[in-house]
Design a protein around this ligand. Structure first.
Ligand SMILES: O=C(O)CCC(=O)C(=O)O
Length: 336
């Protein structure tokens, strides 16, 4: 029972299987807010300025926020609304979609990788493959009835935003704008709709423990009402306050590798709270399985030898899911 969904179930105390050892707790009262998170205005007419700001943010932080990104407020409101409706369904209804098999292209699950982990995380999540839409939308939930329509429109717009950002990131590395996109191939797109119920003892557990994202680029939409995302900066965990109209953009492991370690795939985690459920929608752009991840020539050589060996994304992804989330950075296993 402890490996099944937690949303819609009443808990008066935290079950033992979620309690972290004392040395590995979020220390919520000590966390400061990150008040100079780069916010990049993608509507700015000065393209060179955008590219420079993105390069600075990727080098210094591995993440940034974007505004004026072209995804309408109505669509953002709609996806948050339909996601809340989904998690408000009865446990019986949600359990029809439950699976703990990470190879499934559509599943509702809980925690992170329940078969591998020793301590669970206070999260349920709906994981969807989203590209190409016509292949995957038919298997998505049909309850709530607007789910497929709203989520597929959102996915298409987020994909355009992600590809545009990859062009800017490519330019910021001094590469041709299509360079990274060409290496990444016909990219897959996955979504995790994360739901973190109010937690009876938030000091003792995580929604998601510290991890980096195994893909290329992540676009995160945070519930405006409830904070929970934290990133590691200079050895300190800092809270990212949700900002109206913004997406949080994370550099994933593959962009760290392709940039030859110049850009950082940032460690981040989600914490929970006692009062309110929190929701986030993470969209992941993933290299195609056969993409050969090898830093471009312009970024290696001389004083900058290749930090990582060449590998295919398929090899990396299998390795990532065969491990527990809060182990060492998976990229460490691919170092030269
Ligand atoms: O909920 C969040 O803020 C973080 C989500 C996340 O890191 C993930 O889905 O990989």
């Amino acid at each position: 029972m402890e490996t099944k969904v937690i949303s819609g179930v009443h808990f008066s105390s935290l079950p033992a299987s979620y309690i972290r050892p004392e040395s590995d707790r979020p220390k919520l009262s000590e966390i400061e807010e990150f008040d100079n998170v780069p916010v990049i205005d993608l509507g700015c007419e000065d393209h060179n300025l955008i590219v420079k700001q993105i390069g600075d943010a990727c080098r210094e932080y591995g993440f940034f926020q974007v505004i004026n990104h072209g995804v309408s407020k109505a669509l953002v409101d709609n996806i948050l609304c339909v996601a809340h409706e989904f998690f408000d369904l009865s446990v019986e209804e949600k359990m029809k979609l439950y699976s703990d098999d990470p190879t499934k292209t559509m599943r509702l699950s809980t925690s992170f990788n329940v078969k591998k982990e020793t301590v669970h995380n206070w999260r349920d999540y709906l994981r969807l493959h989203c590209y190409p839409l016509e292949k995957y939308v038919p298997e998505w939930p049909s309850n709530p009835s607007s789910f497929k329509d709203v989520v597929s429109t959102y996915c298409a717009e987020i994909r355009q935003l992600g590809l545009r950002l990859q062009e800017d990131i490519s330019e910021s590395l001094g590469l041709d704008k299509d360079n990274l996109k060409n290496v990444l191939g016909d990219q897959g797109q996955h979504m995790a709709v994360n739901y973190y119920p109010a937690c009876p003892e938030p000091e003792l557990t995580y929604g998601l423990p510290a991890h980096t994202d195994p893909n290329a680029l992540t676009i995160l939409l945070q519930d405006l009402q409830v904070a929970g995302l934290q990133v590691l900066k200079d050895g300190k965990w800092l809270a990212i306050k949700p900002q109206p109209g913004a997406f949080v953009i994370n550099i994933g492991d593959q962009l760290q590798a392709l940039s030859n370690g110049k850009y950082k795939s940032v460690w981040h985690r989600a914490v929970v709270n006692a009062d309110k459920a929190r929701l986030s929608v993470a969209s992941f752009l993933c290299p195609c399985d056969s993409a050969n991840i090898s830093a471009p020539k312009g970024l290696t050589g001389g004083e900058d030898p290749a930090v990582y060996r060449d590998y295919t994304y398929n090899e990396y992804y299998k390795k990532f899911w065969s491990r527990n989330l809060d182990q060492e950075h998976c990229l460490e296993l691919f170092k030269n």
